[in-house]
Ligand binder design. Structure first.
Ligand code: PEP
Ligand code: MG
Length: 758
């Protein structure tokens, strides 16, 4: 086996020639033929061939120098078959001195390739997606040098651009469309119900590199150096500012960036790509594309995250080189926008103009994370946990988000689109049905009335009171106003805001919750200590009691805004009864102060506790003696009881709230509160899911608070349910374990056999 000398003319000369060919006013096939000819000549290869990935997951020979020309557009290989199929399947390079001895080798008789022994094949990648395969072959048994591999990978970028620009589309044999336009269905988890039809808008827009081939390599190397230096400075700068503000989790990410920004391997690969003839930005894109391909192959979650960090850093570097600002998209959203993002905070979602927003697709997240809660409040169809979605979409692609099934359809075929048009019409009819019983009480078949309230937090939620027929607001998340503000809302601002909520509710009761910040709810302007476990950290009432000025201001604003009404106020994350008593004392002092100064204040006051921390389950007797009402925050109660972070993608769905342990805890609360005669409700996300809500009414809950869109479906379930027999059935499953299957399956079967719509 002999290792031959590397490319004669060098990759830069090749790239220069390619640029000339790209600029020639010729047809796509001719251009492609010239390109493979140039590569073969430059690399002293007897064969150079290009395969393009089709929508049916088959690689088709599009051009060749050296193989039988009649095989062009005839020779095909499914992804995964043969060496070419293997390269496409794994998005990685194969460099083989003796291709025929490789176990994956598949002989295509029509090509006449049996004479060639050595084989170098690289994937044609764009944004981590494989669009085709580029191959060179020689008769001799040779191992291709690193520079040659690099050169072939670099020329593959030019091909990727040609494919992405749509130049090859005319060459496709009818019925064998290119993969780039292939309809794709991806499954994730449903975060917010609804159907959204529109076009992809990337939350973090990709920078499009148009200038691939360098005019002056030295200049490009200098540009890269300068951009890297300023990238490092900007990361240091954010870190320094972050240290002042004491940002926790975020800081770890930045520390990792800082390390990567100095990573020698990364810098070396960037430099090599420029040496091979690319512009600085094309070099970043090439290295980024390789990283993305590695992300999609990587199964270790830790390594995936690290590769994602490199991907983010590459984005920053690209922006640096192209003089674009960092951060999410700016300016107006186009009509019918469906935002696609890796992850997003609740506040970021609130920054978008809702009027053009039709849907949201996230790669990460969990249904009880706050961005999902806000999406539900805004009525935006949302799905999450959609693997690799960001790399698989192109801005402007047509997309359908199905918040009912948790699926999305990218570039949907005509029949899918019309099926969805039907589905949208069907849902509209169902909404009309909900509307018909909007003003009807939610009464079970055996005469139990269930009180359905809605959760809210923003002014734009208020019209939903009338639309949904909710009997009031069972949870008003006051922190949302704080999250969208750029600084602490002043007393007068808070008061005006609460008053508008009370006015809009009229005679319907509103239960305000005091500020629940911390955990995944961050206020950009609030200095907080870095915490290892923010969800279990200094948050909610803990923060309120330690910073009484904050709590006092809010209480004062609420008392004044409630003049002429009853004020209902509850405190989040109470762990010990004493905390509630301290909070109550603060409220009473404020009340006395306002009275003394002759202010108009609430007519009456009801103070309650959110039951979210399991410790309260063993203080129920004492607690029920001091509170006016209780509301179970099942999102947090679940996360603390099951020791599972509610925002963690990998854990969501692992434990079921419809499990005997959780149901027993919830029933204990209901039994005790009923016995003590203290009003109680549940306001976590499970209240809005018909099947879960059915279980809740079976164990004694008569007041539920949920997102407004859930009221219709939950009421439809209640109107068809008889509590008595269902309660006995559930009791049997939970306490006596009468059946072999789980509670959810049993309950669903029960609902189906009793024609209860869940
Ligand atoms: C809960 O924890 O169930 C709850 C309703 O509060 P939040 O989701 O805002 O934490
Ligand atoms: Mg909570």
């Amino acid at each position: 086996m002999t290792a031959m000398r590397g490319s004669l003319a060098g990759p830069r000369v090749l790239l220069r020639r390619l640029r000339e060919v790209m600029a020639e006013p010729i047809g796509a096939q001719e251009r492609l033929d010239k390109i493979v000819g140039l590569i073969a000549a430059n690399m002293v290869a007897e064969v150079c061939s290009t395969y393009v990935l089709r929508a049916d997951n088959v690689l088709e020979l599009y051009a060749t120098e050296g193989l039988n020309p009649d095989a062009v557009h005839r020779a095909t290989l499914p992804v995964g078959r043969g060496l070419v199929g293997l390269i496409a399947a794994e998005a990685r390079t194969l460099n083989l001195p003796d291709a025929q001895s490789h176990p994956a080798f598949a002989y295509l008789p029509e090509t006449g390739e049996e004479r060639y022994h050595s084989f170098l094949g690289v994937p044609v990648l764009r944004a981590g997606r494989t669009l085709g395969v580029l191959v060179v072959q020689n008769q001799s048994y040779r191992s291709y040098l690193d520079e040659e591999v690099e050169a072939l990978q670099t020329t593959a970028m030019v091909l990727a651009e040609m494919i992405a620009a749509g130049e090859m589309e005319d060459l496709a044999v009818p019925g064998a469309d290119l993969d780039l336009n292939r309809p794709l269905t991806l499954a994730g988890a449903s975060f917010s119900d609804g159907i959204g039809l529109g076009h992809v808008v990337l939350h973090e827009p990709r920078v499009v590199v148009t200038q691939l081939i360098a005019e002056d390599t030295d200049l490009e190397l200098k540009r890269l150096d300068a951009a890297l230096a300023s990238l490092r400075l900007s990361v240091d700068d954010i870190l320094a500012r972050g240290a002042e503000a004491g940002q926790g989790e975020h800081r770890d990410v930045l520390e990792a960036y800082k390390m990567f920004a100095r990573d020698r391997g990364w810098t070396r690969r960037l430099n090599e790509a420029i040496q091979a003839g690319l512009t600085a930005e094309a070099a970043v894109e090439k290295v980024q594309s390789d990283t993305r391909a590695r992300i999609s192959r990587q199964t270790d979650p830790f390594l995936r995250d690290r590769l994602h960090d490199f991907d983010d850093l590459a984005n920053r570097l690209l922006r640096e080189l192209m003089g674009r600002p960092h951060g999410p998209i700016e300016g107006d959203l186009p009509d019918d926008a469906i935002i696609v993002a890796r992850s997003m905070g609740a506040a970021e979602l609130l920054d978008y103009d809702r009027s053009n927003l039709r849907g949201l697709v996230l790669e990460e997240g969990a249904p009880t994370s706050h961005v999902a809660i806000v999406a539900r409040a805004l009525g935006i169809a949302t799905i999450g946990q959609v693997h690799d979605v960001v790399a698989r979409v192109e801005p402007g692609d047509a997309i359908i988000v199905d918040g009912e099934t948790g699926e999305m359809h990218l570039r949907p075929a005509g029949d899918i689109e019309s099926a969805y048009a039907d589905k949208v019409r069907f849902r509209a009819r169902r909404q009309e049905q909900y509307l018909q019983f909007r003003d009807q009480p939610a009464m079970t078949l055996d005469g139990f009335e269930i009180d359905l309230h809605m959760n809210a937090g923003l002014i734009m939620d208020l019209p939903h009171l009338d639309e949904s027929g909710a009997s009031g607001i069972g949870l008003f998340r006051t922190e949302l106003q704080f999250m969208i503000a750029s600084s602490f809302p002043r007393l007068s601002e808070q008061q005006a805001f609460y008053k508008s909520v009370i006015d809009a509710s009229g005679s319907r009761p509103v239960t305000f919750r005091s500020l629940d910040v911390g955990g995944d709810k961050v206020l950009p302007y609030l200095r907080a200590q870095a915490e290892e476990n923010p969800a279990m950290g200094w948050r909610a009432i803990r923060l309120g009691l330690d910073r009484p000025a904050l709590l006092k201001t809010q209480v004062r604003a609420l008392l004044k805004a409630s003049a002429g009404h009853e004020l209902r106020l509850m405190f989040p994350m109470v762990t010990e009864v004493a905390e509630f008593q301290r909070a109550k004392a603060i409220v009473e002092r404020e009340l006395a102060h306002l009275k003394r100064h002759g202010h108009a204040i609430a007519d009456s006051l009801k103070l309650g506790v959110m039951l979210e921390v399991p410790s309260l389950l063993w203080q129920l007797d004492e607690l029920l003696q001091t509170v006016d009402f209780l509301s179970v925050g099942s999102n947090d109660l679940m996360q603390f009881m099951m020791a599972s972070d509610r925002g963690n993608t990998r854990l969501s769905g692992r434990f079921d709230p419809l499990s005997p342990s959780f149901l027993r805890a919830l029933r204990k609360v209901a039994d005790k509160a009923a016995e003590a005669g203290v009003p109680f409700s549940l306001c976590g996300e499970i209240a809005g899911r018909p099947l879960e809500a059915m279980a809740l009414i079976a164990i004694g809950y008569r007041t539920l608070s949920m997102s407004p869109a859930a009221i219709g479906p939950v009421k439809a379930m209640i109107l068809a349910t008889e509590i008595g027999p269902m309660r006995d059935h559930l009791h049997n499953i939970v306490e006596k374990g009468l059946s072999g299957s789980d509670v959810r399956t049993e309950l669903r079967a029960w609902a189906d056999s009793h024609r209860i719509p869940v």
